[in-house]
Ligand binder design. Structure first.
Ligand SMILES: Nc1ncnc2c1ncn2[C@@H]1O[C@H](COP(=O)(O)OP(=O)(O)OP(=O)(O)O)[C@@H](O)[C@H]1O
Ligand SMILES: [Mg+2]
Length: 255
């Protein structure tokens, strides 16, 4: 892993009104890395992902994806906010998978996966369909392509959501607790798809409470609390031998 990091956060701050949520996040996610983000509820994990994906604008520090500032352009040492249309172009390259799958309920699995490349990139139906079929096959849903979301289990819906994000051929995938809304017996299939994606070299940031996945698949792990990075490193080290009391207290509850 060499060259520019895929994500670089330097002193990133974010407030909602008077609530100061991110209080100076510093981290780097390298190309091809599986980067796990863990921490207690309310620590700012989702907020940070939303900043990376331009759903929120950072209000202090610098955040860049693949060498490009998120939401801003720098000119002669000054930052200028990007227009919505420019933000949309940056966002295309980032796939996001949420806890709730947010599939279009009136569309089949296949149509869900075909939709964005056609609407956003102006791709032909034939090309979009060919890719969607390949992706649904890859996530183990070859025989469910014609099903509507209501005809799929939660785990199957989440795998459609992953295929849908991949259809835009992102350079970075963000996962926000992708398995925490699933029945336990459905978690494994989704984690298998994520493991396969990691092996293919995708750069992934994964907010998760699945410490087994983090330990096995993760290249780095960050423990966040109160809007700052408390501790980071190799997942096996951080989980096996946490250095900070806050990390120890958190892990004693989830492990
Ligand atoms: N749009 C918003 N407006 C105001 N406050 C918000 C908004 N979004 C999040 N917050 C607040 O920011 C804090 C961090 O929320 P965030 O969702 O990032 O936490 P989290 O670490 O993802 O927690 P969880 O593990 O429960 O998902 C919380 O106190 C939350 O109430
Ligand atoms: Mg969250």
């Amino acid at each position: 892993m060499t060259g520019e990091p895929m994500v670089k956060a330097e002193g990133v701050h974010k407030s909602y009104g008077a609530a100061h949520i991110l209080r100076g996040i510093d981290l780097e996610v390298q190309n091809g890395e599986v980067f796990c983000l863990v921490g207690p509820s309310g620590s700012g994990k989702s907020t940070f992902l939303r900043c990376i994906n331009h759903l929120e604008r950072v209000d202090g520090g610098r955040l860049s994806v693949d060498g490009q500032l998120v939401g801003y352009r720098e000119k002669n040492g000054k930052l200028y906010e990007l227009k919505d249309s420019e933000v949309a172009v940056q966002r295309r390259d980032i796939g996001m998978v949420f806890q709730r799958f947010n599939l279009f309920p009136h569309m089949t699995a296949l149509a869900n996966v075909m939709e964005a490349p056609i609407q956003v990139k102006g791709e032909s139906k034939a090309v979009a369909r060919e890719r969607a079929e390949r992706l649904l096959d890859r996530v183990g849903l070859r025989d469910k392509m014609g099903n509507y979301p209501s005809q799929l289990s939660g785990g199957q819906q989440q795998r459609v959501a992953i295929a849908r994000a991949l259809a835009m051929e992102p350079k970075l995938m963000l996962f926000d607790e992708p398995t925490s809304a699933l029945d336990p017996e459905l978690v494994g299939d989704v984690l298998d798809v994520m493991r396969d994606l990691a092996e293919s070299g995708m750069t992934m940031i994964v907010v998760t409470h699945e410490m087994g996945f983090a330990r096995e698949v993760g290249d780095s792990l960050v423990f966040m609390d109160g809007g700052v990075v408390v501790e980071s490193g190799n997942p096996r080290d951080v989980l096996g031998n946490p250095q900070h009391d806050r990390t120890k207290a958190f892990l004693s509850k989830v492990l």
